[in-house]
Design a protein around this ligand. Structure first.
Ligand SMILES: *Cc1c(COP(=O)(O)O)cnc(C)c1O
Length: 459
């Protein structure tokens, strides 16, 4: 693999965490005990952990210094003012309400901005976002462009909203029956696919015409900004901060999970420009999160987040972040491994259908692939396929999603290129003997969100 296109780590390592390296025999016992579910493996028994990039970020020396500057007063903590100033400057929104993590912000926004029966169009969905929208009587409608649903179609900005779909929804139901437009940058469930600035501008123009608000799911906004700088005409010479600022100029507010692009381990916030909405959010946050000046975070958490958000805008950081993910993808592609294309901002997805053509979807190919990857290498990944999709609550039938994938999610600033090589080698080795990967069947199937706690055995 050629390193030329991939920048070396723009940091040096100041603290290390030793990881255990189990033998294959030990891992065989561990994965059996875990019921072939990688969620049920203890972190201690994992060599390279690619389960998620949520809350798994490595903080910088400056962020750790910020932790020591936590002002843990119940009200009016100075760290809140630092976070507020930082978000106002970088995102350009007028108001910020801190929350314990992203879903806390989604809960508040859904409660104050959805009337039962209203539609909430979005570019695909995210699990917790959709949950809160529907819980508050909203009807989610997917208005992402069709290409996003095609795993093998390698086109840029697969996360864009299809304006014709949005227009049709407005024509059909009337603007007054649309709560707001929810625009995610990047689209996690589509594989971390970005949204173009052009699309944001056009969606904003259309929404303004009808007086509809737009809220961004800003969780991966910095990764999205990198793709715009790299691939959209007219942005090559702009800074990441300038791009992020322009992105948010097309929104009325946003929800944010600090556990991703803010480079911290916990936290989140809600932003808006509207004064009336802000008053409502402040009234609610007290009931669900805490005072409007901490919202479920410690003072030190807010300080680390303010510092992390600024660090995330550094070009060298975000370039390395996105290209390291792409490096793993390119490595696998060159070896003939079937992956979802193009590689997005935070993860590489293995296509389990093409990896294990000898298994049908009811034998849980992606679940088994994830279990076997752990067995072979100690690398932990996650199933995103039929197990995650669950059953139809009315008929009890399995959902059969088009995408049957294993997600290799890269934590920020945690692993090196050499770790990526190890992951790629493990996947390639497994691919060579893929016909030995056996199907699975349930021995325990929980009713809700079954992927977290289900247990399986080999057929
Ligand atoms: C993680 C995530 C959320 C939810 O944030 P939490 O901090 O986990 O509550 C919402 N949207 C997207 C796109 C996410 O990736």
């Amino acid at each position: 693999m050629n390193y030329d296109n991939f920048p070396a780590e723009p940091f040096r390592i100041k603290a290390v965490e030793t990881v255990k390296m189990n033998t294959r025999d030990e891992r065989a016992q561990i994965i059996r005990d875990a019921g072939y579910n990688t969620f049920l493996i203890n972190s201690e028994d994992v060599y390279i952990d690619l389960l998620t990039d949520s809350g798994t970020n490595a903080m910088s020396d400056r962020q750790w210094a910020g932790i020591m500057m936590g002002d843990e007063a119940y009200a009016g903590s100075r760290n809140f003012f630092h976070l507020q100033e930082t978000v106002q400057e970088l995102f350009g929104f007028k108001h910020i309400v801190p929350t314990h993590q992203g879903r806390g912000a989604e809960n508040l926004l859904s409660q104050i901005h959805i009337k039962p029966g209203q539609y909430v169009p979005g570019n695909m969905y995210f699990t917790t976002t959709r949950y809160h929208q529907e819980r508050n009587g909203g009807i989610f409608v997917d208005v992402i462009r069709d290409e996003a649903h095609d795993a093998q179609l390698n086109v840029p900005f697969k996360g864009d909203i299809d304006l014709a779909k949005l227009q049709r929804l407005i024509d059909e139901h009337g603007a007054e029956n649309i709560a707001y437009i929810c625009l995610a940058v990047t689209v996690n469930m589509a594989g971390g696919q970005p949204v173009s600035m052009k699309n944001m501008r056009e969606v904003h123009k259309l929404a303004r015409q009808y007086g509809i608000d737009i809220f961004f799911d800003a969780t991966r906004c910095v990764e999205n900004a990198f793709f715009i700088k790299e691939q959209e005409k007219g942005y090559a010479d702009k800074t990441i901060a300038e791009i992020v600022h322009e992105m948010f100029s097309y929104a009325d507010g946003c929800t944010m999970s600090g556990k991703k692009d803010c480079l911290v381990n916990i936290g989140g916030f809600l932003c808006m420009n509207d004064d009336e909405l802000f008053e409502q959010a402040k009234e609610l946050v007290v009931a669900y999160e805490g005072m409007p000046s901490y919202g479920g975070m410690a003072g030190r958490d807010m300080e680390a987040m303010a510092i992390g958000l600024r660090e995330s805008m550094q070009f060298d950081y975000i370039r390395h972040r996105v290209l390291q993910v792409r490096y793993l993808g390119e490595n696998l592609k060159q070896a003939g491994i079937p992956i979802i294309e193009p590689v997005g901002g935070h993860a590489v997805f293995l296509d389990a259908r093409r990896f294990c053509p000898h298994l049908n979807q009811e034998q849980f190919p992606a679940q088994s692939l994830a279990a076997n990857l752990y067995l072979e290498s100690g690398v932990r990944s996650m199933e995103r396929g039929i197990v995650s999709a669950g059953r139809d609550p009315k008929t009890g039938e399995n959902h059969y999603p088009k995408l049957e994938t294993v997600r290799l999610t890269i934590p920020r600033r945690v692993y090196t290129y050499r770790h990526m090589d190890v992951v790629a080698e493990a996947v390639v080795n497994l691919f060579r003997k893929r016909d030995q990967i056996r199907g699975l069947r349930f021995v325990y199937e929980p009713k809700q969100l079954r992927f977290f706690t289900a247990r399986f055995e080999e057929i």
